[in-house]
Write a protein that binds this ligand. Structure first.
Ligand code: TMP
Length: 211
């Protein structure tokens, strides 16, 4: 595989989606081949799965079912989008990946971490991110941003503050455990400052990947 997988992670309202767009524009201006995608919902099948997972409806979803649906979305996405894009040498900017499952289903829902690691490995056939940018912001700030956005909150955003706090603890723990792979970005800063940090990090990584 010639390309690189760069993942954007964080709690609700951390601002990663608009930063992905700015990063895409910047990389394209450098004539770099870049693919922007997301989990869940980066494939045709994934769009159905995303709807099932996030729409607030009358259907209930047991915690293990939720875990399996995220894994199913990921498996299809890795095969259909990520691996082919990496083979073509693209930098893949992915909105969420395996660390989301550890933070949300592991820390948030309290599901068994061994099971989660096994499912992540099966769904990705062991493909890990080359770099994960963790957008660290207080959950209250993030959720307030979401509410100001005017959209209805989805099934996961509507979870309790205690749930979101556990997810945030999960990300903090992951960043402490994998300092080589996960870079913390202070997402409480201005959009410009956050973008500067991403560019500086990626510039250093791009150089290291070429050497
Ligand atoms: P987003 O695309 O707007 O970030 O929404 C995706 C939601 O799905 C978000 O609440 C995080 C959640 N999620 C999980 O709970 N587990 C996962 O593995 C992934 C990829 C996302």
């Amino acid at each position: 595989m010639k390309g690189k997988l760069v993942v954007f992670e964080g709690v609700e309202g951390c601002g990663k989606t608009s930063q992905i767009q700015l990063t895409q524009e910047w990389l394209q201006s450098l004539k770099t081949s870049v693919v922007v995608t997301r989990q869940p919902g980066g494939t045709e099948l994934g769009l159905y799965v995303r709807k099932l997972l996030l729409e607030v409806g009358s259907h209930s979803i047991a915690n293990t079912t939720e875990l399996l649906l995220y894994a199913a979305d990921r498996s299809q996405h890795v095969e259909e989008v990520i691996k082919p894009s990496l083979s073509e040498g693209a930098i893949v900017l992915c909105d969420r990946y395996t660390h989301s499952t550890i933070a949300y289903q592991g820390w948030g829902r309290g599901l068994d971490m061994n099971l989660i690691h096994q499912l992540n490995t099966i769904a990705t056939s062991g493909l890990e991110s080359d770099l994960t940018l963790w957008f660290d912001v207080d959950i209250e700030v993030g959720l307030a941003r979401k509410q100001r956005g005017g959209n209805m909150l989805d099934r996961i955003e509507k979870e309790t503050i205690a749930f979101h706090r556990r997810v945030q603890q999960g990300y903090t723990h992951l960043a402490d455990s994998y300092p080589e792979q996960i870079v913390r970005v202070d997402a409480s800063l201005s959009q410009e400052a956050v973008q500067q940090k991403i560019r500086a990090t990626l510039t250093a990584k791009l150089k290291a990947w070429v050497d």
